[in-house]
Design a protein around this ligand. Structure first.
Ligand SMILES: Cc1cc2nc3c(=O)[nH]c(=O)nc-3n(C[C@H](O)[C@H](O)[C@H](O)COP(=O)(O)O)c2cc1C
Ligand code: SF4
Length: 499
């Protein structure tokens, strides 16, 4: 087995780990059970949602999806969360969907596979997401020739520039196309200029569009129906995706300036997320788990910070949320300009770094969200909501780190995405006193690069391992689609001391 313990070229070396013996693991907080709503998680280990780009183009579960989740389940984390799954039947590439009853059959299979592989030890949730349309960055020809709606402002500009009036939009388009960036910045509206440079993106503040204006009427129903399907498919719970760059997070954002009752003040911004939570709970009853994933901070100019997160957590606690999972950043607003033909990716700017932090950044990627998670948890406990577990993620990938976060009360549960991708057995190895066998994530974000290109996500560390005959490969036929198997020997299973 290829074991990588340090990434020597990285500006931020991996935290040195101390691997517990089997006995030490047994008495640790990380491997102690915790109540989540009406259920018990066997340990405080959690694999958060990660899209693998393995569904069919119309959102159905494939064999590759089953293999992906089976592999995580073999590591038997306390909780496994299935990727962001669309609640509306909208085309979104190879991502899972749950927007109509036809998806239930495939999702039921997924549940069976996970329950069998984890021998019933892992609770399985599915993340429910709504997102708004976003388009690729257009070429200049396409933007001016096709997408731009010609208005009186453009007609007036033409008249001033050429000295005569025209009603021929094609002439105006051609004239604008032949200008330079300085002119476009002046003549185009802020929104059109942004669409030219980054690609068109719909926002929750586009209330002139009736589908946007009516989101508050539609979304509680759509989320509730999707949650009902998840329950029918056999999941233990749903996670409402209120984080990152998507619709619900945009309602919570301090940059939500809607002037109906759903924007502006804190109370207005949380109104729809509250209504969705209440509608979902009403639909699924009190036995089925309902959690929320939200941000501690948006990390964008004028964005929400931890004071909002504390307020929102309390609002959701009052409405019977079963857990709060905390992420950070991941916004479109500061995303880098995509190449022509590519879509804006919310994990590229500073907010992206704080969401999926990499060693290449000036700021260390480890434990970025822990301090804020501690503030949210402390506020919940102070207000009497100590029974609602707080889950924290973001660069937590060693036993020492994880255990200290739990011991100092910053969170109740540790979510590790990329470390679990690099080695889905890592929690299990720790619990068995076999920490030295862990394939440690090196936080270079090769996996995130694949996600950005909507390619099947894999880990660069798997590729270095010898491929055996039985392995399924990605479409390039070069990379394995799941982590290599790990079979602890009998000796390993009896191991007592590996520190
Ligand atoms: C490939 C990839 C896909 C992801 N997909 C999702 C997703 O579907 N939903 C979500 O809330 N977060 C998603 N995330 C973010 C992770 O859940 C996690 O918050 C982030 O990677 C930071 O945790 P880590 O440092 O343990 O990796 C994704 C991350 C990666 C690397
Ligand atoms: S590809 Fe992703 S999971 Fe694998 S080592 Fe790199 S950052 Fe970690």
């Amino acid at each position: 087995m290829n074991i990588i313990t340090q990434h020597s070229l990285a500006p931020h070396p991996l935290p040195v780990d101390h691997y517990p013996t089997k006995e030490q693991a047994k008495t640790s907080m990380l491997f102690s059970p915790i109540r989540i709503g009406t259920r018990m998680a066997k340990q405080r280990t959690w694999v958060p949602a990660m899209v693998p780009w393995r569904a069919t183009l119309d959102g159905y579960v494939t064999d590759a999806v089953l293999d992906w989740y089976r592999r995580f389940a073999l590591g038997r984390p306390g909780v496994l969360v299935v990727e962001a799954t669309g609640i509306s039947d909208i085309a979104s590439g190879a991502l899972l969907r749950i927007g109509s009853d036809q998806y239930i059959e495939g999702l039921s299979k997924l549940v069976s596979v996970v329950k069998e592989a984890s021998e019933g030890e892992t609770l399985l949730f599915i993340q429910l997401i709504d997102f708004l349309p976003i388009k690729r960055r257009p070429s200049i020809d396409k933007f001016f020739g096709k997408y731009l709606s010609i208005t009186d402002i453009h007609r007036q500009w033409f008249r001033n520039y050429y000295g005569y009036r025209t009603q021929d939009d094609t002439s105006i388009r051609d004239a604008l196309m032949s200008q330079d960036d300085a002119c476009w910045q002046v003549v185009l509206s802020r929104r059109d200029y942004e669409s030219l440079c980054y690609g068109y993106r719909e926002c929750i503040t586009d209330v002139h569009l009736s589908r946007i204006q009516t989101l508050p009427q539609r979304l509680p129903f759509d989320f509730a129906r999707a949650a009902c399907r998840a329950k029918q498919a056999g999941f233990d719970g749903v996670e409402l995706h209120y984080a990152h760059a998507y619709t619900m997070a945009s309602f919570l954002s301090r940059r939500n300036t809607r002037t109906d009752n759903y924007g502006g003040s804190l109370e207005n911004r949380v109104r729809l997320p509250n209504e969705v939570l209440v509608a979902v709970r009403k639909q699924v009853g009190s036995d089925f788990l309902v959690g929320v994933r939200m941000l501690t901070q948006e990390i964008i100019e004028g964005g929400s910070d931890c004071s909002e997160a504390i307020f929102y957590a309390e609002m959701f606690a009052q409405r019977q949320v079963d857990y709060i999972s905390l992420s950070r950043g991941g916004k479109f607003e500061d995303a880098k300009q995509p190449n022509i033909g590519q879509v804006r990716y919310p994990y590229t700017g500073d907010s992206g770094h704080e969401c999926i932090p990499a060693v290449s950044h000036t700021q260390s990627p480890f434990g970025l969200n822990v301090e804020d998670a501690g503030k949210v948890r402390c506020a919940l406990v102070d207000r009497g909501y100590h029974h609602i577990p707080v889950v924290v993620s973001g660069g937590i990938a060693s036993f020492v780190q994880a255990e200290s976060v739990l011991q100092n009360g910053s969170a109740d549960i540790i979510a590790s995405a990329r470390q679990s991708l690099a080695d889905p057995d890592w929690f299990r190895k720790l619990s068995m006193g076999l920490g030295r066998e862990i394939r440690r994530c090196i936080f270079t974000n090769y996996c995130e690069g694949l996600d950005q290109k909507h390619k099947q996500v894999t880990c660069q560390l798997w590729d270095r391992l010898d491929l055996d005959e039985a392995v399924s490969l990605d479409i390039t036929r070069k990379r394995r689609l799941t982590a290599p198997q790990w079979n602890p020997s009998c000796d390993d299973q009896n191991t007592q001391s590996h520190s």
